[in-house]
Design a protein around this ligand. Structure first.
Ligand SMILES: [Cu+2]
Length: 489
């Protein structure tokens, strides 16, 4: 096969280690495959597409080795007209690029984290059986690549997403996409296939507020999205970006739901789904469906024949999301009328257009909190509280042993940075940290998010980390944290 040559083609020196790791992985997976009698033949580079495009159906009748290259990029783009957002993406757009492989293929997955990115990322593919669906093997610092392999054993339409802490934030920023594992026999032939993915966004400003909008964790936790959209932005499937088809064609939509929170009541106004492959499984489990439910982190495949020309409207039928939060798309179908199926206008009826005004409930008055008096905690109390905070909040990034992850999360264990300056440590916990720092001689240039911690939690966790993992220092008092907080205000 000509593709086999590609393995040795154009390896940059940076790829060399990656290639070695891949080769080792390949040997290991190869022997497993051999035992099952499904040795893949040849090799090809996966063609990935941006939504709404879908890679062509697979015509190959045997399993092969498919090499996937997916690059994570953090990019500022439009979330809605006039509204920008710093998206974290698989491939430069939301949703992530569509991956299409065949049941039985051996997939060599190369996850690249662009050097300009600020955060480490990884990938959890729901199509993978194994630790974290690949997340366990793919945590990748900016400027690095990870390689792992898996056999696509289970056909179906699967969501993939980033699973780096804080997981919710990585997903909320746009880190999800779809991978189709086509069954050996292929899917029935249709005229057109499209890739549509719904998701919800949470911004500091309310819906429509212009400018660069930051992620709002509080709204995300409370599941109050400002935007619910198809394909990553308001209007991604409207106007000249509408999906297009001709009368008489059969359409297949691969529909995913990245969440992070909302469940989709997916509906196409003016159409009936002839067939639904519920939850992205392999079986047509229902015919003649009006609205199908797509769980967060789930998918569905719908098929329908378009009989008459119209602009069919894709919506989340939780209808305020459609008309007020962005979950609207269009499928424009052209061709001859069939008055028998649909007469068109027979009478001029009064039509009350949807008002553009968003009506809001009066805002809750911001509670003016009187500062709580500083509670003096004993050292054992601080240690106990600190251990809890560390386990629940910090260990996701700095790891349970406090040793961090090279290039991504600095160590707290024996950290010269942490131990040198108590006041600076308090400020890191109060305000987060970004920009280059050197910890024990290693450079880190990531972002530690600002964590919404109480003064007593900060005092506790600092006492704990400064007296664990081989560190020893004096306890932190709640009073000290409090005075740093008021200095900043
Ligand atoms: Cu990520």
């Amino acid at each position: 096969m000509q593709n086999e040559k590609r393995l040795t083609r154009q390896r940059t020196s940076a790829d060399l280690i990656t290639a070695l790791v891949a080769a080792t992985l390949l040997l290991a997976t190869h022997s497993v495959a051999a035992a099952e009698g499904t040795i893949p033949r040849g090799e090809e580079i996966a063609v990935l597409t941006h939504a709404p495009e879908v890679p062509a159906p697979i015509t190959r009748k045997y399993a092969t080795k498919v090499v996937v290259h997916l690059e994570v990029k953090e990019v500022v783009k439009e979330l809605a007209p006039g509204v920008q957002y710093n998206f974290w993406t698989f491939g430069g757009n939301v949703p992530g690029q569509f991956i299409r492989v065949r049941e039985g293929d051996l997939v060599e997955f190369n996850l690249h984290n662009h050097p300009d990115n600020k955060m480490p990322h990884n990938i959890d593919l729901h199509a993978v059986s194994g630790q974290g669906g690949g997340a366990g093997a793919s945590l990748t610092a900016p400027g690095h690549s990870s390689v792992f392999s898996f056999t696509a054993k289970n056909p179906g339409l699967y969501v993939y997403h980033c699973a780096t802490a804080p997981v919710g934030m990585h997903i909320a920023n746009g880190m999800y996409g779809l991978i189709l594992v086509e069954p050996k026999a292929g899917l029935p032939k249709v005229d057109r296939e499209f890739y549509v993915m719904q998701s919800d966004f949470y911004t500091k400003g309310r819906h429509g507020e212009e400018g660069l909008q930051a992620f709002d964790m509080e709204k995300a936790v409370e599941e109050r999205p400002d935007y619910v959209v198809f394909n990553g932005s308001v209007g991604a499937l409207l106007g000249d970006k509408a999906l297009k088809a001709k009368v008489g064609e059969t359409i297949r939509l691969f529909v995913g739901n990245g969440g992070p929170n909302m469940v989709s009541s997916f509906h196409v106004i003016g159409e009936i789904f002839d067939r639904v492959y519920g939850e992205g499984g392999l079986k047509v489990n229902q015919e003649q469906v009006q609205t199908t439910l797509i769980p967060s982190g789930g998918s569905t495949i719908v098929e329908f024949k378009v009989d008459v020309p119209a602009t069919y409207i894709l919506v989340d039928h939780s209808i305020f999301r459609a008309f007020n939060k962005g979950a609207l798309g269009m499928l424009k179908v052209e061709g001859p009328e069939n008055k028998n199926i649909y007469s068109g206008k027979q009478a001029d009826l009064v039509y009350q257009p949807e008002g553009a005004t968003i009506q809001t409930m009066p805002k809750d008055k911001a509670e003016v909190k009187a500062p709580a008096p500083a509670v003096a905690l004993t050292r054992p109390e601080l240690m106990k509280r600190g251990e809890r905070v560390f386990t629940q909040v910090c260990s996701a990034c700095h790891q349970a042993d406090g040793k961090g992850i090279p290039h991504a999360f600095p160590p707290l264990a024996k950290s010269d940075f942490l131990m040198a300056d108590k006041g600076r440590a308090i400020n890191v916990l109060l305000h987060g940290l970004q920009g280059p720092v050197t910890v024990n001689g290693e450079k880190y240039d990531g972002i530690m998010p600002q964590l919404d911690l109480k003064d007593a939690d900060i005092a506790g966790v600092l006492t704990y980390i400064r007296n664990s993992f081989g560190n020893s220092g004096d306890p932190e008092s709640v009073e000290e944290v409090k005075s740093h907080r008021s200095e900043a205000e």
